[in-house]
Design a protein around this ligand. Structure first.
Ligand code: LLP
Length: 422
């Protein structure tokens, strides 16, 4: 079931024509489908129903508060990587005991905030972090549930920028060191080694890397039990891929099945941190054609959305399908779809065969729910765009487009300049 479909040649999100939303909120904007998001979450969650588990939605993919409230309402948890994400998760009503915290560089302020909030588990990623946590827990006299994010040294065969489980990556701790830290931890009064975690990468399209990871994590759990350290939680991270073009990602049910089989019945609560698979195809990005620019041998479609709004094509050379909001018979054309930013790297598609488009027309950039708005910036002093959520035949602006005043909020003129200007 696709909730972004043409009806009589007009692109709809659920029961709302995209054009009507654009008319009301202007362009560019991100558009999310409630039904898609809620269904993706429940399918993923349901796939693991055979096992005790918590689905901790990875906020970094898309932290919009309305989406987080849908997660909270569906009894989901959160995977966070910063104090800001912890704030957002709690603010949306996600219970602290369903929040897990990963990340290579947590500051002591952030760790303190997490301890005070009573989150489920802190996944430590270095010896230094272990020491900081040791000090903090003693000082605060609060028992802290900890897991070590181990580096399982697995190649998930995805884009090098989003591979995380290789020896050369900055993430996690190698097993020899982790085993020693676990033993040191068990003699700490205020640290409870309750779990083990890993995350091998993102946009993974095969099950084998997950099978390898879970198999090796199981061995580690059994070894820890041998030392009398009885971890109760296994966090296998996120990473399940989605279809952008013609990829055939595993079905969540098959993913759950291989995890279950590789793990066997070892009496553990599974924690999952999916991001992209929940929200990626729940969102599209709507932008307007400004100009068709013809140069020697090249056609540029210049749109009002840019790399500051959606950086994935520029950063990873990522492919996103691009379709007109109004479907009609058109000749195709090979073009670069580019934004107004002053960089040659500012493109949403390169040398792409697209439907011929005219100035003023609306275009949808698909599969942009994950790492779209979340990675946007104000580069070139462009205002961050609006986000809209559709449910049935209604739409809701879930984040307003920024104003020019928003751009300078927080800036201050130093007094010497104030004086000189007057
Ligand atoms: N857990 C941890 C510890 C992570 O580092 C990540 C993603 C996730 C969970 C969620 O992974 P997912 O299920 O979404 O694959 N900006 C890149 C993706 C970076 C992913 C970073 N970590 C992109 O646009 O493709």
């Amino acid at each position: 079931m696709d909730y972004f479909e043409y009806r009589d040649g007009k692109l709809f999100c659920e029961d709302v024509p995209v054009k009507a939303i654009a008319k009301k909120v202007g362009t560019p904007f991100y558009l999310y489908s409630y039904a898609t998001f809620a269904r993706h979450f429940s399918v993923f969650d349901g796939a693991f129903s055979q096992m005790p588990h918590i689905v901790c939605y990875s906020l970094k993919a898309n932290p919009n508060g309305a989406l987080l409230k849908i997660i909270a309402k569906s009894s989901g948890g959160a995977d966070i990587v910063s104090g800001g994400e912890l704030f957002r998760a709690l603010n949306a009503g996600i219970p602290a005991d369903k929040i897990v915290y990963s990340g290579v560089g947590k500051s002591s302020e952030e760790l303190r905030y997490a301890i005070e909030s009573g989150i489920r588990m802190i996944n430590i990623e270095s010896e230094g972090e272990f020491k900081t946590l040791k000090k903090l827990s003693r000082k605060m006299k609060r028992k802290v549930p900890v897991s070590i994010r181990v580096n399982p040294e697995i190649d998930p065969k995805t884009h090098p920028y989003i591979t995380t489980g290789l020896k050369k990556n900055k993430f996690g701790i190698l097993w020899e060191d982790a085993a020693r830290i676990y033993r040191e931890m068990s003699s700490e009064e205020y640290l409870a080694p309750v779990g083990i975690s890993s995350h091998i990468g993102s946009q993974i399209l095969e099950l084998d890397p997950f099978i390898e990871a879970v198999t090796s994590l199981k061995k580690m759990i059994l070894e820890l039990r041998g030392y009398g350290i009885g971890v109760e939680m296994l966090d296998i991270g996120g990473g399940l891929g989605i279809t952008y073009k013609d990829e055939l990602p595993p079905d969540p049910k098959d993913y759950a099945k291989v995890v279950n089989e590789s793990l066997g019945n070892i009496g553990i609560t599974l924690i999952l941190e999916p991001g992209r698979v929940i929200v990626g195809n729940s969102g599209i990005f709507i932008t307007k054609m400004l100009y068709v620019k013809q140069t020697a041998g090249k056609t540029f479609y210049i749109v009002d959305g840019a790399m500051n709004d959606l950086v994935r094509p520029s950063l990873y050379n990522a492919y996103h399908d691009i379709i007109p909001v109004e479907q009609k018979k058109r000749k195709t054309k090979v073009v670069d779809l580019v934004g107004p930013i002053c960089e040659s790297g500012d493109f949403l598609a390169k040398d792409r065969e697209l439907a011929g488009l005219k100035e003023g027309e609306l275009v949808a950039v698909k599969s942009t729910g994950a790492y779209g708005y979340a990675m946007s910036s104000n580069y070139n002093s462009r205002r961050r765009v609006a986000e809209v959520l559709v449910r049935g035949d209604q739409f809701f602006v879930v984040r307003k487009r920024e104003t020019f005043k928003d751009l300078v909020r927080g800036e201050k003129t130093p007094s010497f300049l104030e004086a000189e200007i007057k």
